[in-house]
Design a protein around this ligand. Structure first.
Ligand code: SF4
Ligand code: SF4
Ligand code: FES
Length: 235
């Protein structure tokens, strides 16, 4: 099968974006987009469909096992993990790779997602004492701990604008874990931030749940957080 791969490229944060189309032939339907990018970059004579030389494609990866979130990008218009997207899905052979739109581009498919980590810091999501092993809420803590901080949920959230007041799912999922690990008397500060930064802005459309590559039960964590922060049902 011959694949046509269109990539939205940008040399650096200040340069203009442009599209480049490459071609790759393989019968391996199990090959992931991550492996495809590694294979293309390993070709010293990489060229586009017109035979023009192509510079190395910038993208990020670490685990290649759906565990780190680094390889998140827009694949055929949807935020996905490159290491979890197989070429066999593209029946017409057309693959479009773009960086996330909500974050500043660093180069090609790499974006700066640091706003996500700043938001966690702003909520105060850290433990100052040893975490308690939650008797109640252990399953919530486990579910929340699966978050990859990939940012796919932020990319689709209609209410999330980087740098603005509402922090979205990449913040409320880890909040669920910390809330379940904190003793009741130490929850107040995080609960206040939660109401301001998440509860007030979330439209509960749950686009974040449908796109999450870790298939986290986001609705359940949202309901759990709201029960604790708004309805004062402490876990
Ligand atoms: S909640 Fe899901 S989509 Fe959002 S950052 Fe975590 S793993 Fe990624
Ligand atoms: S439920 Fe909707 S508004 Fe709330 S974080 Fe998810 S996508 Fe955004
Ligand atoms: S490289 Fe770690 S999730 Fe894809």
């Amino acid at each position: 099968m011959n694949y046509t791969i269109e990539i939205l490229r940008q040399k650096n944060p200040d340069s203009a974006p442009y599209r480049q189309t490459l071609s790759y032939t393989t019968d391996d339907k199990e090959m992931t987009v991550a492996t495809l990018l590694k294979t293309l970059n390993a070709d010293p004579d990489l060229s586009d469909i017109d035979g023009e030389p192509v510079r190395r494609i910038e993208w990020e990866c670490s685990c290649l096992q759906k565990k780190c979130g680094a390889c998140a990008m827009r694949i055929n218009g949807k935020p996905r993990l490159a290491c979890d997207t197989k070429l066999g899905e593209f029946k017409d052979g057309k693959v479009t790779l773009e960086p996330f739109k909500k974050f500043p581009v660093v180069a090609d498919l790499i974006v700066d997602r640091s706003v996500m980590f700043r938001n966690l810091k702003n909520i105060g999501l850290w433990l100052e004492k040893e975490a308690r092993h939650p008797k109640k809420g252990e399953d919530v803590a486990y579910e929340a701990s699966r978050c990859l901080q990939c940012g796919c949920c932020l990319e689709v959230c209609p209410n999330f604008i980087p740098g603005e007041e509402f922090y979205s799912a990449a913040s409320f999922v880890p909040t669920a874990r910390v809330l379940s690990e904190l003793p009741k008397k130490d929850k107040a500060e995080i609960l206040g931030s939660y109401v301001d930064k998440i509860y007030k802005g979330c439209g509960k459309s749950l686009s974040c749940r449908d796109i999450c590559p870790a298939q986290i039960d986001i609705e359940r964590l949202l309901v759990n957080n709201n029960a604790v922060a708004v309805w004062k049902r402490f876990i």
